[in-house]
Design a binder for this molecule. Structure first.
Ligand SMILES: Cc1cc2nc3c(=O)[nH]c(=O)nc-3n(C[C@H](O)[C@H](O)[C@H](O)COP(=O)(O)OP(=O)(O)OC[C@H]3O[C@@H](n4cnc5c(N)ncnc54)[C@H](O)[C@@H]3O)c2cc1C
Ligand SMILES: Cc1cc2nc3c(=O)[nH]c(=O)nc-3n(C[C@H](O)[C@H](O)[C@H](O)COP(=O)(O)O)c2cc1C
Length: 582
């Protein structure tokens, strides 16, 4: 059995004796230590000449530090909150702002600015950060000449526009005269340790430059793995027993969607409707074996178990293609080759060319997946319900299966346990006022959080009207939670239920068509103060729904497209247009 250790390749830009010395150290580090080190070194690497940074102010107590985050699902917010704690301990007076609540002019007044921003869609800003982002990119943006700043970008290397928003904000602030105090860090899905290292280095550096209360004091280590409320994290998930595992799609359905209930007994996971559960999946052992065979590394049990439980053996990134080409000497395929392909396709370009160490170093850690919680604790007690659609498709001649969705639906059954942790989403909540009407647009698995919303509203006896718009392929096979919905119509909890089954008639019919047909009522509900929620597919559905909402506001409000956009923006700023899309 060979030992798996990360090593620098011989091609690293060091002398051979340096490579040997570094490898000696690296080989005994943990993955987390290596990620911290890489973040720390990135943070130390000032992009500009330190002399060019505005001279340090005379040491003063409590130097102000503005920490600004742009988030969709809360990661950037969590990092901002941790940065605030560390900065406060160092003697800064940190203030944390959501990009949703601040303008670039206000940000430009900050002398010290730390930005944490994620990227969504295909290189887009998080929804609530759109106004800030657009104002920053506009010709009328303020100058940032008074501001020292640094940017931590969050993203996922699986996307072509990796960390695009952090990148653009960083470049824009420099163009507007800001003084960059540390190189931007671009974090992948396993961002915790790298972000920690970068924050440590950046805040230390800023502290040294501007002289906070304890200038020169060393940083208190940020620990993202520290329990927030319940103590369960992706690194230390809760083993939740599956108490119910039911396929909801009919036997003749072309989709394969399951209702999965897990017991949270004893975990203290106090979720709210709108939150998601993180699930730590395992890879398909058959795929791990196929990978080992392609790599010519069969028989290595340690590697096999790492491939099943620890490493991402499917996602293919452009960086991996470059690394693979460098390590094996094969010519790197063109950038668009990766589309629809996975790691196994890359290995098949040069079978048997990598050692176990090289293969391990090529792969990133296996990221968790998130599933909206489809229940309310007030209705189900210490359980959480999930609605999981198994992803299966064929691409480039191979049958492919979604890692987590197929792990949960096909390789787990009642009585097994799932590794879970809470991912709270403060930005996707029922209105505080139980009498406010809500419109919930949730086709496919997008209906999941709305089942939780409805259970909650029923349990608290909320008086507000509830309108659900659901869609899928066929009425007969794909009407998820149909009986419950019908009961809720009967009981009056559901004031209105509209459905769109795309394949039940010659022309495709989707939720946006239903919304258009119901535009008069929809407009009346909105005028009545209804909160509108959208959940589900980010690419086609959320975009089409957004477009039809604009059309409806223009048509029903008898206004032009600009005025309709302004009205929808105002509804969004009012917290009445909320999306949880993926
Ligand atoms: C906040 C949030 C809530 C969510 N809630 C739910 C939920 O309630 N229910 C639910 O089922 N899912 C939900 N998801 C999605 C879920 O997290 C997973 O992304 C989904 O289950 C797929 O994960 P997987 O591991 O099975 O697939 P992966 O192994 O991650 O594969 C997905 C990747 O496969 C590729 N791919 C997919 N289809 C094709 C194709 N046709 N051709 C080529 N390539 C393709 C794409 O690159 C895609 O990114 C949610 C996501 C988020 C962020
Ligand atoms: C639907 C969706 C689209 C995404 N698009 C991108 C992208 O284009 N580029 C990128 O680098 N990351 C992308 N990501 C990854 C997120 O940026 C990453 O998960 C980040 O940690 C989220 O941070 P937040 O919780 O602060 O929003 C996407 C994630 C999802 C679920």
């Amino acid at each position: 059995m060979s030992k798996i250790a990360p090593v620098l390749p011989n091609t690293a830009p060091f002398a051979q004796d340096q490579i040997a010395a570094l490898n000696q150290v690296i080989s005994v580090t943990t993955a987390e230590q290596r990620a911290w080190l890489s973040g720390y070194l990135a943070g130390l690497q000032a992009a500009n000449d330190p002399q060019a940074v505005a001279p340090a102010a005379p040491p003063a107590k409590r130097v102000p530090l503005t920490i600004l985050f742009g988030t969709e699902s809360g990661n950037a917010e969590a990092i901002a909150a941790q940065a605030r704690k560390v900065a406060a301990k160092l003697g800064f007076a940190p203030k944390v702002f959501d990009m949703a609540d601040i303008t670039p002019a206000q940000a430009a007044a900050a002398e010290n600015l730390l930005i944490v921003a994620s990227t969504w869609g295909e290189g887009d800003p998080p929804q609530r950060a759109v106004d800030f982002y657009e104002a920053l990119m506009a010709d009328s943006a303020p100058r940032f000449e008074k501001t020292r700043y640094a940017v931590l970008a969050l993203g996922d290397r699986a996307y072509a526009q990796f960390c695009e928003i952090g990148k653009r904000i960083d470049e824009r602030l420099a163009a507007l005269g800001g003084a960059r105090i540390a190189d931007r860090i671009e974090c992948d899905v396993d961002y915790e340790a790298a972000a920690t290292g970068w924050l440590d280095a950046t805040l230390e550096r800023l502290n040294a430059e501007v002289g906070g209360k304890d200038a020169g004091a060393s940083i208190i280590h940020v620990d993202f793995a520290r329990p927030v409320t319940d103590g369960f994290t992706r690194a230390r998930p809760f083993e939740a027993e599956i108490t119910e595992h039911v396929r909801l799609s009919g036997s003749r359905s072309s989709s394969d969607t399951h209702h999965v209930a897990v017991s949270l007994e004893g975990a203290g996971i106090a979720y709210e409707p709108g939150d998601a559960l993180g699930v730590v999946p395992s890879n398909d052992p058959a795929l791990a074996d196929a990978l080992l065979q392609t790599a010519g590394l069969g028989g290595n049990d340690t590697l096999r178990s790492a491939l099943i439980d620890r490493l991402d053996i499917t996602t293919l990134t452009s960086r991996q293609i470059e690394d693979f080409a460098r390590e094996t000497g094969v010519q790197a395929p063109p950038a668009d080759w990766a589309a629809g392909r996975q790691v196994i396709d890359l290995l098949a370009l040069a079978p048997g060319k990598l050692s176990a160490e090289q293969l391990t170093a090529l792969l990133r850690p296996l990221p968790p997946r998130y599933y909206s919680i489809a229940s309310s604790r007030k209705a189900v007690g210490e359980e959480a319900h999930l609605l999981v659609a198994a992803l299966r498709y064929t691409a480039h001649g191979r049958d492919r299966a979604g890692v987590a969705s197929v792990d949960i639906t096909a390789r787990h059954r009642e009585g097994d346990s799932l590794k879970v942790f809470l991912r709270a989403n403060q930005h996707f909540r029922l209105p505080a006022d139980p009498d406010r009407p809500v419109i919930m647009i949730g086709p496919g698995t997008g209906v999941a959080p709305f089942r939780g919303f409805l259970q909650e509203r029923e349990a608290i006896g909320a008086g507000g009207h509830n309108w659900l718009v659901f869609g899928h392929r066929n009425y007969t096979h794909d009407f998820l939670y149909q009986l419950e919905m019908q009961d809720w119509i009967k009981s009056g909890l559901l004031t209105r239920l509209d459905v769109a089954f795309s394949r039940d008639q010659p022309e495709k019919r989707y939720v946006q068509h239903v919304l258009w047909d119901a535009r008069q009522d929809l407009y009346a509900w909105l005028r009545d103060g209804a909160a509108l929620y959208v959940c589900g597919d980010a690419n086609a559905m959320a975009r089409d729904v957004h477009a039809v909402l604009l059309r409806i506001l223009a048509d029903q409000g008898r206004q032009d497209a600009d005025a309709a956009k302004a009205e929808l923006d105002a509804i969004r700023r009012d917290g009445r247009y909320l999306r949880d899309v993926y």
